[in-house]
Design a protein. Structure first.
Length: 277
């Protein structure tokens, strides 16, 4: 995702142009608007140029400034644009997957080395995303917001059942350091106690297993054939050919057979969490 270039037609760019229109109509400089809103001049400048999305509460604070005389238009505008902005934080090949997640009745998710995205903490996300070359802080912020928005699927009315299989290495790999890992494992423990989340861990002592082939997700639907998602080093891929999905289902059953039972898995997560001190 480029950090520069023409942003005028992006959701962030459209919002930025609207903010600039109201600011200039009021005869205010960016510095003056920053002083009125308690945001920095740098933030105002980046938002007007479309280089960053408005943070939560930003449109409302702008609408509350009498000099701008917006009549709530910035809040309404960002409400219309926000979904599009979140989708743009995803690469094109991933764009359809959040819709599959939202419609699924069951998600079966295997990860070899990282915590599944729907169960990650913001700090854990940032630690992973910062390893990407040529990615700006603003782009990371947008990706974190988009990933956090996806997590709402687990708390909606009638959420899907999330069935997770991870390796013990996921619990022990020091992503972001001690504090980040402690908070992340605590989140896993909390999630494992929810009625719609099941977590099983494949212990390191198991040795080699079929999961070495890589992570994947299978989404099951009430009135639609299952689809799957697989990651590669270059890009992810949505899998909808029935034979390929069936192969992943067999792989899923194989991985579950070598994983610890649910109660033992939770005990292991709790045990490892205590080591992150």
């Amino acid at each position: 995702m480029p950090g520069n270039g023409d942003r005028s037609r992006t959701p962030e760019g459209v919002f930025g142009k609207a903010l600039k229109f109201y600011r200039e109509r009021a005869g205010l400089s960016q510095t003056e608007l920053a002083a009125l809103s308690n945001y920095s001049n740098t933030v105002i400048n980046k938002i007007e140029k479309g280089y960053r999305p408005p943070a939560e509460g930003f449109p409302e604070r702008m609408d509350a400034i009498p000099q701008l005389d917006t009549h709530g238009e910035l809040t309404r505008l960002w409400g219309w644009l926000e979904d599009s902005a979140r989708h743009r934080a995803y690469p094109g090949w991933f764009d359809r997957w959040p819709d599959f997640e939202a419609q699924a009745v069951t998600l079966r998710w295997f990860e070899l080395i990282t915590v599944p995205g729907l169960l990650q903490t913001p700090d854990y996300m940032r630690a992973i995303l910062r390893t990407r070359v040529n990615t700006t802080d603003d782009e990371i912020d947008a990706m974190v917001e988009a990933r956090m928005a996806r997590q709402a699927v687990l708390t909606k009315d009638k959420p899907p059942t999330l069935w997770v299989a991870i390796t013990e290495a996921v619990l022990r790999c020091p992503v972001g350091g001690t504090y980040v890992m402690r908070e992340q494992l605590n989140k896993l423990i909390e999630a494992a106690r929810q009625p719609n989340v099941v977590i099983q861990v494949i212990p390191t002592a198991q040795g080699a297993h079929e999961g070495f082939r890589g992570p994947f997700i299978i989404a099951d639907f009430k009135d639609h054939p299952a689809v799957a998602y697989q990651d590669t080093a270059v890009r992810g891929m949505i899998v909808d050919e029935s034979e390929d999905v069936d192969s992943l289902m067999v792989l899923w059953d194989t991985l579950r057979s070598v994983a610890l039972p649910v109660a033992a898995s939770l005990e292991l997560i709790e045990e490892v969490a205590k080591t992150w001190t």
